[in-house]
Design a protein around this ligand. Structure first.
Ligand code: MG
Length: 267
């Protein structure tokens, strides 16, 4: 009996010791090793200085941040090409915007991008035509694979994961923050692509955060795989960088002020 009590007492003592050790853990080495820097370390490199952009109005697109790559210069589609044949993008360019030409197919950037912050502005046809998915439909395809839906979702009911700012077929937006057709709408997207090892095994799923007209609508959601209609396909090994594409869904949706900031690992 006494032996048993002693065993219980020493177990309690060990548990207490472990609790104390776990309590002081935050100040121990592992976190510092992860962080590399101690709090308020003046040896830590300062972030680069950039000039922030300006916000858009309905009348005028804003200026991008100074370290952004401008994907549309307001005049031509020189940074874009046709997905169909790799030739020149066949969409039309108007005064400071470009628009889908139904039937010409998707367009994609000539350059490839990985983890990024992406700004896109779009405007659905006004007056609106059609209902449900057949109304102001296009899409921002991150890495040409993962669609952030573009749709006229103003007074237009469709399935939840097909609304504007949905991760199409995966996640509805948290709220419907759509503006009326004809008005400029903004997507601010933070995307981290998937990672694969040398054998093609998935190490990390892609994730995305989306602000729609300044409102958080996708909160760091983990993508289940590439976008497909009525399907949920698994990931396939892909390079870390791929072109961004825009969808031709047979509606003349307009775009302006597209820019991208590439993110380094850990950002
Ligand atoms: Mg679409």
């Amino acid at each position: 009996m006494r032996k048993a009590l002693g065993l219980v007492a020493s177990s309690v003592g060990l548990a207490l010791l472990l609790t104390v050790l776990m309590t002081i853990q935050p100040y121990a080495a592992p976190q510092d090793a992860l962080q590399k820097w101690v709090p308020n370390d003046r040896n830590r490199p300062e972030p680069p200085i950039i000039t922030p952009g300006t916000f858009s109005t309905q009348e005028h697109p804003g200026a991008p941040p100074s370290d952004a790559i401008v994907l549309f210069n307001g005049h031509d589609l020189s940074n874009w090409e046709s997905v169909k044949d790799g030739g020149p993008a066949k969409w039309t360019v108007g005064d400071g915007y470009f628009a889908t030409v139904p039937g010409t197919g998707y367009i994609r950037t000539k350059a490839a991008y990985g983890d990024c912050q992406l700004h896109v502005e779009w405007s659905a046809p006004n007056p609106p035509h059609g209902t449900d998915q057949d109304r102001g439909n296009s899409g921002v395809f991150l890495q040409g694979l993962y669609e952030i839906q573009v749709l006229d979702s103003y007074n237009n009911v469709t399935y939840a994961d097909g609304e504007a700012a949905a991760v199409y077929g995966q996640y509805p937006p948290l709220v419907n923050a759509a503006r009326p057709p004809g008005e400029w709408q903004t997507y601010d997207i933070v995307f981290h692509g998937p990672r694969f090892d040398a054998s093609g095994k998935l190490l990390r799923k892609a994730n995305v955060t989306v602000f729609f007209n300044g409102v958080l609508v996708q909160d760091h959601v983990e993508l289940t795989g590439p976008t497909e209609h009525h399907q949920r396909p698994p990931y396939k090994p892909t390079p870390e960088k791929l072109p961004l594409s825009l969808q031709d869904h047979n509606h003349p949706v307009r775009f302006r002020n597209l820019w991208i900031r590439e993110l380094k690992e850990g950002e």
